[in-house]
Design a protein around this ligand. Structure first.
Ligand code: HEM
Length: 322
């Protein structure tokens, strides 16, 4: 005999199934073999350009990873960050978090022109950025993950959203948690993604208040940074985010935080007696754990979809709308 609960249960299953389908529509459009028949050499082409760029300058791997982050956190991973300003578009490149700071545009242009010669109008700039970020991490010794493909490129950009959605290095822990939770990430995922700061560099302007006025910094570390980052001027002088192994994608970033050698205020906030301390401890003592969580969080970040849904286009030139 059917239980009296069977009807509501199957109704629950139906609606939860429907809900599951609806929330997965965006990522269901993406697939790992999206270019298998239309541009079979797409992935190998991106990898070879990234490898050669990173072998010329290791930091470029960091810059390409950050480019993907700054694309995805502003209205989804739609290559909006690559659009140059026009009379109609006030782009993202000159927004505070990007100006004089985000790099890698030329590498993406080089990949795009090779792909346009191979298979014109097929591979999106947003997919190129997503794959280049993964290949960069791999080139610097980090974990790999499967990049889902099939993103389309935006026809607009948002200077305003770039200024408001990208986290500032002057945020405290609750501000960081909030900024990531707005994009659907847990505090644990935010800590894993911050592990990106195990590679790359920051400008003096991004960490000056920390080295001159904070107490949560190792004093000899602060002294050595002051030599490169004076009280006044030198805004663009660079320092590695991870001084131990700046071009290796490892877990040294978390070890630095434990010895109060986080470069940015926001970095050190992850280990300052708050709720994320235990996660920093876990990642600093277990490289494999960090690598696995980082790769998972990167797949999730890469699936942040633009609100335009099916609209958009495959740009011919990543800097311009067709
Ligand atoms: C948790 C919040 C975050 C804040 C506040 C933050 C802030 C910053 C700042 C201020 C810089 C230096 C920029 C400059 O001085 O020019 C930087 C660099 C960098 N960030 Fe983040 N970031 C965060 C999260 C992330 C995430 C999630 C990723 C990647 C998934 C990432 C990847 C990078 C990389 C690789 C660099 C070095 C780039 C280069 O050398 O060109 N960051 N970040």
């Amino acid at each position: 005999m059917a239980s009296k609960y069977s009807f509501p249960f199957s109704k629950f299953k139906f609606f939860s199934g429907l809900f599951f389908i609806l929330i997965n529509v965006a990522s269901a459009q993406l697939s790992s073999n999206f270019y298998a028949t239309t541009c079979p050499k797409a992935l190998a082409t991106i990898k070879s350009e990234v490898k050669s760029a990173v072998s010329k300058e290791a930091r470029m791997g960091a810059s390409l990873l950050r480019l993907h982050f700054h694309d995805c956190f502003v209205n989804g991973c739609d290559a909006s960050i690559l659009l140059d300003d026009t009379a109609n578009i006030k782009g993202e490149k000159k927004a505070g978090p990007n100006k004089h700071s985000v790099r890698g545009y030329k590498v993406i242009d080089n990949v795009k022109s090779r792909l346009e010669r191979l298979c014109p109008g097929v591979v999106s700039c947003a997919d190129i950025v997503a794959v280049a970020a993964r290949d960069s991490v791999v080139a610097l010794g980090g974990p790999s993950w499967t990049v889902l493909l099939g993103r389309r490129d935006s026809t607009t950009a948002s200077f305003k959203a770039a200024n408001s959605n990208l986290p500032s290095p002057f945020l405290n822990l609750s501000g960081l948690i909030k900024a990531f939770s707005k994009k659907g990430f847990t505090a644990k995922e935010m800590v894993a993604l911050s592990g990106s700061h195990t590679i790359g560099k920051a400008r003096c302007v991004s960490f000056r208040p920390r080295i001159y006025s904070e107490k949560t910094i190792d004093s000899s570390f602060a002294t050595s940074l002051k030599a490169k980052c004076p009280r006044r001027g030198g805004v663009n002088n660079l320092s590695p985010l991870d001084t131990r192994s700046p071009t290796l994608f490892d877990n040294a970033y978390f070890k630095n935080l434990k010895s109060h050698k986080g470069l940015l205020h926001s970095d050190q906030q992850l280990f300052s007696g708050g709720s994320t301390d235990s996660q920093v401890n876990a990642y600093s003592s277990n490289l494999g754990y960090f690598r696995t969580d980082f790769a998972k969080a990167m797949v999730k970040m890469g699936n942040l979809s633009p609100p335009t849904g099916k609209r958009g286009q495959i740009r011919k030139n990543c800097r311009k709308v067709n």
